[in-house]
Design a binder for this molecule. Sequence first.
Ligand code: AMP
Length: 415
Amino acid sequence: MNILVLNAGSSSLKFQVIATDHKAIDADADVCLARGVVERVGSLALVTFQAGDRAPHKEEVPLRDARAALERVVRWVISPEAGIAGVRSAADIHAVGHRVVHGGERFQASTLIDGAVVAGIEDCVELAPLHNPANLKGIRAARELFGPGVPQVAVFDTAFHATMPEAAYLYGIPYHFYRRYKIRRYGFHGTSHRYLAYRYRRMLGLSKEKVNIVTLHLGNGCSACAIKAGQSVNTSMGFTPLEGMIMGTRAGDVDASVVEYLSLKEGLSLHEIMTILNKESGLLGLSGMTSDMRELLAEEKENGDRRARLAVDIFCARARRYVAAYFAEIGGAQAVVFSGGIGENSAEIRARVCAGLDCLGLRLDERRNSALKRGQAGLISTPASRLKAYVIPTDEELLIARDAYRAVAGRRSPA
Ligand code: AMP
């Protein structure tokens, strides 16, 4: 079955076409036939498409909205230029899987989309005003374009964390705010953490119940997840993705009193302060320079920049704090798993996070850590290390494709 995986953002549309079925899933032999991104949707869009290992197709073309972007994607996917075997018309796309950021308390698993599900995702817009409307545009565009004959499946970023116990998801604020408004911690990056737990157990040949690990998704957005018996029992993002770790531009954990104090001192509105905490803080705010970890590491090394070092040190210390907290929360973890753009690619950050974790029995193998190639999964701790460390490149699209396949084929998701 050919699944179109869509991730619709406010001005971008990312996609993959993945061939999968139950045999491919069992053998881990799903195939990514094509991938791409449309950026700057709504103006002169920048399109980058790639089929297999062939040279990417790039173009600039005016695309008015999500529907126009999706039409461009599908036109290319079925074109002779893309040359994807077995995909020659829109009828060769058998289902569409959508990444949806917020499923609230209602959506605890991936779901076939019908009118009621669309309405349910609309109800969650209040909780994710930046993300869910964009996801909904992608869903509406795909339903219009493909018609009722092609099933559509929503895969929620929050769903993996639906297993968090009350003690992990409630804030220490009056309980009636949870009852009235569902103010609680939801967690995000769920599909990534779920993939990491799945890949880890496949690498080690473990059953799901035997998986007790801390996963670190370190990219522009960062989150940690405590996974016990294969299930999320805590995660660092909360009511929104703002909570938790230091990120590219997000502050992570901050005493809420800072909001009032800043408002008084600078005469800023709540909205302006939230913009600062979401878009001008984190690595960018601390360094005063960039949110890009590569640039910060280069600045630190080449120019000895103090603020770049500070930003990186605080980033690593916060990551370490979550590893230690979650190690305790799951009663001792087997491994820490690094993923995301930073976690997968930066041996230095991995080393700096692990440096303070010898008290938990983690001994990094410097050689293994630095020898790991881009895109490679592998062990980076020493054989004697009690707490292991791994790098596993994440693959959210794969799980979205598999969930879409399973929802269509009526199979339950084991991962
Ligand atoms: P993501 O959001 O997962 O795409 O991750 C983006 C982040 O990964 C950015 O901060 C990049 O600077 C960072 N990144 C990518 N490659 C490297 C690298 N080789 N070393 C350090 N950071 C990297």
